[in-house]
Design a protein around this ligand. Sequence first.
Ligand code: NAP
Length: 243
Amino acid sequence: MSTVLITGASRGIGAQCAIAFAKAGYDVALNYRRNAEMASALAKEIQSFGVRAIAVQADVADSTQVKRMFEDVRAELGAINVLVNNAGISHVGLLTDMTDDEWRRLIDTDLSGTFYCCREALFDMIRAHSGVIVNIASMWGEVGASCEAAYSAAKAGVIGLTKALAKEVGPSGVRVNAVSPGVVMTDMMADFSEKDVAALKDDTPLMRLGSPEDIADAVLFLASEKARFITGQVLSVNGGMVI
Ligand code: NAP
């Protein structure tokens, strides 16, 4: 039996990843920052797949909270075999209007949070000479988005971290990959108008936006034995929007 820790699993892509891993037989730790009720309800729901599931609070932008979260998960579910770094926030606006605090909050969450979680997970994985990390990047980290400069920078950082870490820990039996979603209908898209959403669909060769299931399936694949010779890669799941 394998155990996965998924950050930001109370809703959206992370929640769908939790369901997909549970259906595949993994014990699941669902991290959340604020939405305790949603995370606990989902943990309860996925126990019906016959696996253990717990909700665990931590702000991934805080390394002390991340350390405590890993201790809690190890105590309840044992060693963590798979880490999915999914927790993230976005910020839309001109770079010239962005405050220091907004910049820091985004980088601390999307990039430093991924670093803190990788560092904690690797203690066990390197010792066990096995383990998988899947980082959730974004197509904006590949090509850059106007009015999402901080987000694009953070996600480009996640891609660089993924490639470098894959080289560093490959000899220790640990694989590190990224899934780079296109536009996926979650709360993160809540501020987009119907017109914006229609335009995004038009820009996508497969003529639709992504679903959390589209992303979760790719994450589960990279975590699985079927991806045993894949490391340091960025799997773009974007309907062809960025090729
Ligand atoms: P979402 O629906 O807004 O959900 C975000 C999740 O992250 C929630 O579970 C939230 O927890 C958690 N979270 C946020 N800040 C956190 C923190 N500091 N510590 C711990 N958890 C935190 O987002 P989503 O669309 O599913 O996005 C998931 C990932 O995919 C993100 O990394 C995002 O950048 C990436 N992505 C999304 C899209 C898209 O179009 N949606 C495209 C490309 C990449 P609470 O519920 O407790 O607040």
